[in-house]
Design a protein around this ligand. Structure first.
Ligand SMILES: [Zn+2]
Ligand SMILES: [Zn+2]
Length: 208
């Protein structure tokens, strides 16, 4: 689970299959989950295939809840795998479906409500108008500022240490001192100089 939630209504108003099963099975917060898992900027990011599995497991879970079936942690995931996995024998699959039917789960109906990764993708991009954006210009500038700021701090710290050491061993004479690291960038077109901070803030050289 990521912490990010978006402020969208729990009930979906779109007409696609994902919207329909969201309403039908009362899948609260599904859209928020889909968007946040998909746009997650870490390695934890879900592919549309992972998202389809997630949707389908929630459908299955809701179907089990509906008939008041008790299940242990991981059981929904496992049942889903037994129903859909490529590596599951047809015998096991038939057996799993039989057991569910015995528990009054409308297996065929539930299975026909499972969605494909393409359906999830369409729902995300068409209905929810979500896109996988690369970082915005502002975000990239911000990251660069942070990176260069850290580099400047490190340079200042090493310089301070070095001067202090030389002073302690009487190689260098200096009073109280301060280190200031200034990086300047010169535009070769107009020879204007900028501190890197100003250049990033300004977004480019005046001459451009
Ligand atoms: Zn939709
Ligand atoms: Zn210039």
């Amino acid at each position: 689970m990521t912490e990010r939630t978006l402020d969208t209504a729990a009930s979906s108003s779109c007409g696609c299959k994902v919207g329909r099963i969201t309403d039908q099975y009362d899948l609260n917060g599904l859209d928020d989950e889909l968007v946040s898992y998909w746009t997650d900027r870490t390695d934890e990011r879900y592919s549309t295939r992972d998202l389809a599995t997630h949707v389908n497991q929630r459908v299955l879970e809701a179907a089990l809840d509906e008939v008041g079936l008790q299940y242990k942690d991981g059981e929904v995931e496992n049942t889903y795998r037994l129903l859909t996995g490529d590596d599951v024998s047809s015998g096991t699959r038939v057996q799993t479906r039989k057991e569910l039917e015995r528990d009054s789960i409308p297996v065929e109906e539930v299975e026909s409500d499972f969605v494909s990764h393409q359906t999830v993708y369409n729902h995300l991009t068409d209905c929810l108008e979500t896109t996988l954006e690369s970082p915005s210009d502002e975000e990239r500038l911000e990251r660069s500022r942070d990176k260069l700021g850290a580099l400047r701090n490190r340079t200042a710290a090493v310089t301070e240490d070095t001067v202090a050491q030389l002073e302690r061993s009487d190689v260098l004479d200096i009073g109280e001192f301060n280190v200031l690291v200034n990086v300047t960038v010169t535009c070769e077109d107009c020879k204007q100089q900028y501190t890197i901070r100003d250049l990033l803030d300004q977004g480019g050289c005046d001459c451009e």
